[in-house]
Design a protein around this ligand. Structure first.
Ligand code: NAD
Length: 509
């Protein structure tokens, strides 16, 4: 396959939602495309649907009529797989079934030319396993597009055990030419996005299962950190059946590692038919006429109080989170005096200590200590909601002072039950941990992980960008505390994170 040749012919097998989108972008990039589907009439029907899609794009001014016509004329319906004889690339997007995909690629090997590259768009099967029976597995790989193919920039280029590096690079270059942002990945359960993002859902479901907070509040807190959607509304959008199936498949493929444990709460929702948007109800109610499905947090919102120059706080610690607090406090006109702290970020005011969560709940620290959640980088929402908690034995003024300090620092404080790791910190720490392990295992590079989560899931920052903001030491401390509270291996710290700490302590090693 010649990635530089826009006229290289292609075959797309499977004319469903993904295959049609792949045929579209290949044809728009100039390739003559054959589209084949085992179901009679399916490819023709897909082409008719594609015509409508392109007409809509023309009507919106996103395509010229000529470009749309040209792209459509480049796609031919194929009646049999033999159309692959001329192809330099075949992309498969058929049913998600190992035996069906294996059978298809074995048949294709009998048809295609020796230089033809074979790619699967599987979202959950092992690329290595699909290639098992192939005579030339070196030219086989995963080309994982995201739905909708036309709009989503990310393509995971997945190498199985036998994939030749040169083949992966050619497909990577081709994806760039198609206007996509590809990332290299090694075949692993869930690949990059569906593996590294598991804690975004898993920790949220664990918090809900432990009745730490309600879905609407959880989503508000996560959105406050710049995420376009909270985990609950995202799961409602994806569908709880699909979300549970992906989690189950990763859990099985990882030999029941507790990190990927599916949630009984989610299983119950699926069993009850609460699949999310598509069934009208998931965490939220989407019944017609009920307006926005997510209740607003309006009652908690208040204007930031004028600090008055007289007020002052003491602040200890270092790093980006500390600096962000300093900036917020100064903008509110609050005098900030530096104090030594034991490494953690800590605010002191009116006899109350307010510590950035390190995993331990306030109850484990003392009755005059409040803990607050991880503040996101500066670019997140102005006056973003930020969770804090106090011990059950805390006198009432502890929460009042904590609220006041967080408002001065530029946040909308939200008191939550005193739970280990609070909310955002727990979700972000586990995302960073999973990403660190994936990189340590050679699944992908750190920048690929960041790119994949930002483009594949619209995350505002990638896991390694969060790590740079928060720091390896506090992330590790957080995971160790969660491990201490929950046991069972779910929160074991990635060796890659520990290695960073060792290297920071002894840079010469
Ligand atoms: P789909 O059901 O819309 O389309 C699949 C098509 O394949 C159907 O038209 C079917 O008739 C055809 N087909 C089935 N077996 C075939 C065979 N042996 N030979 C030829 N055609 C056959 O499915 P989809 O959503 O387009 O998914 C296709 C693949 O892409 C799956 O592997 C899926 O996991 C993966 N994927 C899907 C999404 C998504 O969001 N839908 C995202 C990424 C990857």
């Amino acid at each position: 396959m010649d990635a530089d040749n826009p006229n290289a012919p292609m075959l797309v097998v499977g004319a469903g939602i993904m295959g049609t989108g792949i045929a579209q972008i290949a044809a728009e990039a100039g390739h003559p495309v054959h589209l084949y589907d085992a179901r009679a009439g399916a490819a023709k029907q897909a082409l008719a649907g594609l015509r409508q899609t392109l007409d809509t794009l023309v009507a919106k001014g996103k395509r010229t009529p000529e470009a749309a016509d040209l792209a459509l004329r480049r796609i031919a319906v194929a009646d049999e797989l033999g159309a692959g004889r001329e192809a330099s690339l075949v992309v498969e997007a058929i049913v998600e079934d190992l035996a069906a995909k294996r059978g298809l690629f074995q048949a294709l090997e009998e048809i295609v030319a020796p230089g033809c590259v074979l790619a699967t768009n599987t979202s959950s099967l092992s690329v290595t396993a699909i290639a098992k029976e192939l005579r030339h597995p070196d030219r086989f790989l995963g080309m994982h597009f995201f739905n909708p193919v036309g709009a989503m920039k990310l393509v995971e280029v997945i190498s199985g055990l036998a994939t030749a590096p040169g083949v992966a690079q050619r497909v990577f270059d081709l994806a760039v030419r198609w206007g996509k942002t590809p990332v290299h990945a090694k075949s692993t359960p869930g690949f990059i996005v569906n593996r590294i993002a598991r804690p975004f859902y898993g920790e949220s479901l664990a918090l809900l299962g432990e009745r730490a907070l309600e879905p609407a509040l959880l989503d508000q807190l996560v959105r406050g950190a710049g995420f376009r959607m909270g985990p609950c509304e995202l799961m409602d959008l994806v569908g709880h059946d699909t979300s549970l199936a992906v989690t189950r498949s990763v859990y099985e493929a990882m030999f029941h590692d507790q990190r990927y444990l599916p949630s009984t709460l989610q299983r119950d929702m699926v069993d009850a038919g609460r699949l999310g948007r598509k069934s009208g109800r998931g965490f939220f109610d989407y019944a017609a006429g009920t307006g926005s499905p997510m209740p607003a947090l309006a009652e908690a919102r208040q204007e930031a109080p004028a600090a008055g120059g007289a007020a002052g706080v003491q602040l200890g610690g270092e790093g980006a989170v500390h600096d962000r607090l300093v900036m917020g406090l100064r903008e509110s006109g609050v005098a900030v005096a530096a104090i030594p702290a034991d490494g953690g970020v800590e605010l002191r005011c009116a006899g109350v200590r307010l510590r950035l969560t390190e995993g331990r709940p306030a109850s484990a620290l003392g009755s005059h200590i409040a803990v607050f959640d991880l503040p996101p980088p500066r670019a997140a929402l102005p006056r973003a909601p930020l969770a804090f908690s106090v011990a059950g034995t805390a006198p009432p003024h502890v929460a009042d002072v904590a609220r006041q300090c967080l408002r001065w620092a530029g946040f909308e404080p939200v008191q939550v039950p005193d739970h280990p790791g609070l909310v955002l910190a727990r979700i972000i720490a586990t995302l960073i941990n999973e990403a660190s392990d994936a990189v340590a295992q050679g699944v992908c590079a750190a920048d690929a992980a960041d790119t994949a989560l930002k483009l594949g899931l619209n995350f505002p920052w990638g896991p390694f960008e969060w790590l740079a903001h928060w720091g390896a030491a506090p992330v590790t401390a957080m995971l160790e505390q969660l491990d201490h509270f929950y046991r069972g291996g779910r929160y074991r710290v990635s060796l890659a994170l520990r290695r960073q700490l060792w290297q920071a302590a002894a840079p010469g090693l």
